[in-house]
Design a binder for this molecule. Structure first.
Ligand code: XMP
Length: 177
C-alpha cells in the first residue's frame, strides 16, 4: 500500500497528539451525563476508535451508514441514509463523528436529520476539514486538521474501499495509465 502513496500528509504521531487535545476539549465542553456518540461509517471508524478511547466518561455509541462518494473521488452531491432503523436519539446531546468535511453536504444532512429525529443538540467532530468553499454552510465544532483541497486516504479514508487501514493520512499517486 505504501507504494501507492505519493506523500504522507499527517503521520501517526501527529494525529495521536492532536486526538489527545481534541479529547480534552470534548471532555471539558460536553454537558454532564452520558454522551451519545454517532459514528458515520465507514470513514470515521478509525478516528472514532482512537478518539473515544481518550475520552474518560460514560458514553453510548451508535453508527449510521451514509453514502455520498460511492467509492470514487467525487462527491455525488446527494447524501443517502442507508440504515433501515434510526437510533433513538430523542432528548440527547449528540456528538457526531465524521472523517472529513469536504463539500459539507454530509454533516449538514446528518445534523439536520438528527435534530429532526429529536436530538437536543448536535456537536460535530471531524478528523480533517478541506479548506474550500462548501456547498452547504456548515462548520465542525472540533477539527483535527485543516488540509488543502485534494483527495486523501488512510486513517479510515478510502479509495475504492482500500487504504482505510493506513495509520497515516496521505495523498495517492495518480493512476499510471
Ligand atoms: P462532504 O462532501 O459531504 O464529504 O463534506 C464527506 C464525505 O465524503 C467523503 N470524502 C472523502 N473520502 N478522501 C476520502 O477517502 C477524501 O479526500 C474525501 N473527501 C470527502 C468522506 O466519506 C466524507 O465522509
Amino acid at each position: 500500500m505504501r507504494d501507492d502513496i505519493e506523500r504522507i500528509l499527517i503521520d501517526e504521531a501527529v494525529i495521536e497528539k492532536r486526538l489527545d487535545a481534541i479529547a480534552k476539549e470534548i471532555e471539558r465542553d460536553f454537558p454532564e451525563g452520558p454522551m451519545l456518540v454517532i459514528i458515520l461509517l465507514k470513514g470515521a471508524l478509525v478516528f472514532a476508535a482512537d478518539l473515544l478511547r481518550r475520552v474518560p466518561r460514560p458514553l453510548e455509541i451508535e453508527c449510521l451508514n451514509v453514502a455520498s462518494y460511492h467509492g470514487g473521488m467525487e462527491s455525488s452531491g446527494k447524501v443517502n441514509f442507508l440504515d433501515r432503523h434510526f437510533p433513538d436519539i430523542r432528548g440527547r446531546h449528540v456528538l457526531l463523528l465524521d472523517d472529513i468535511l469536504d463539500t459539507g453536504r454530509t454533516l449538514h444532512a446528518v445534523s439536520n436529520r438528527l435534530l429532526e429525529e429529536g436530538a437536543l443538540a448536535v456537536h460535530t467532530a471531524v478528523l480533517l476539514a478541506k479548506e474550500k468553499e462548501r456547498a452547504e454552510e456548515v462548520q465542525a465544532d472540533y477539527v483535527g486538521f485543516e488540509i488543502g483541497d485534494e483527495f486523501v486516504v488512510g486513517y479510515g479514508l478510502d479509495y475504492k474501499g482500500r487504504y482505510r487501514n493506513l495509520p497515516y493520512v496521505g495523498v495517492l499517486k495518480p493512476p499510471s495509465d
